[in-house]
Design a protein around this ligand. Sequence first.
Ligand SMILES: Nc1nc2c(ncn2[C@@H]2O[C@H](COP(=O)(O)OP(=O)(O)OP(=O)(O)O)[C@@H](O)[C@H]2O)c(=O)[nH]1
Length: 201
Amino acid sequence: MTEPQVLPQDIIMLMGGRSRRMGRDKALLELDGEPMVYRILRLLNGVGRPIAVCNPEGVLLPLTIPMVMDHWQDCGPLAGIHAGLAHGREEMALVVACDMPFVSPVLGETLMKTMIKEKKDAVIPRVAGKEHPLFAVYHRRILPLLESMLAEGKDRSVTGFLQQIDTLYIEEVQGWAPWQFAHSLFNMNKPEDYMKVIHQK
Ligand SMILES: Nc1nc2c(ncn2[C@@H]2O[C@H](COP(=O)(O)OP(=O)(O)OP(=O)(O)O)[C@@H](O)[C@H]2O)c(=O)[nH]1
């Protein structure tokens, strides 16, 4: 059997959130008996080299991938992107939130190839005007700006940061219906989102 080709990018799996709205750790939510963190790693197998970015309470599951902590704790996903990029090896990284049950390797590869072709700082999917910066590709050269923004502490929103870098938005994937694009970016914040996924799958 041939091994999947690993593309030259890191995969930064964000799992350092507090899951307050969900009421329990989103990384551990199960679908068909499989915790989300394992599911995402399986779905994205071959798309890059994964790294998990956690909080100090850590992960209650054994992971065979490198795990790092945020340098700025409780500062949200932007701090997780920073930690992942700082520990990454490659020039680019695909960021993925741990609460996205339908992530697509095809979209991951499309974002990366677009990044290589267009030479941007970030390539972000956008569906019906809504940005999805937590399934997106970022270039390592954004690190210094990211660090100064986190250190300054005024605006730690990912969307605020995207306005300061050279960001390209992609609004379709060749050969995909719009619903497929939206579906692959669905994320779960509240128990009702999780219930919807369980009942609709
Ligand atoms: N490393 C890291 N990841 C984070 C942090 N905050 C959120 N995330 C991750 O970012 C993704 C989206 O998280 P959110 O839903 O915005 O935040 P959350 O804290 O998990 O959930 P809420 O408490 O309900 O807002 C998930 O994968 C989280 O694990 C953080 O401070 N550090």
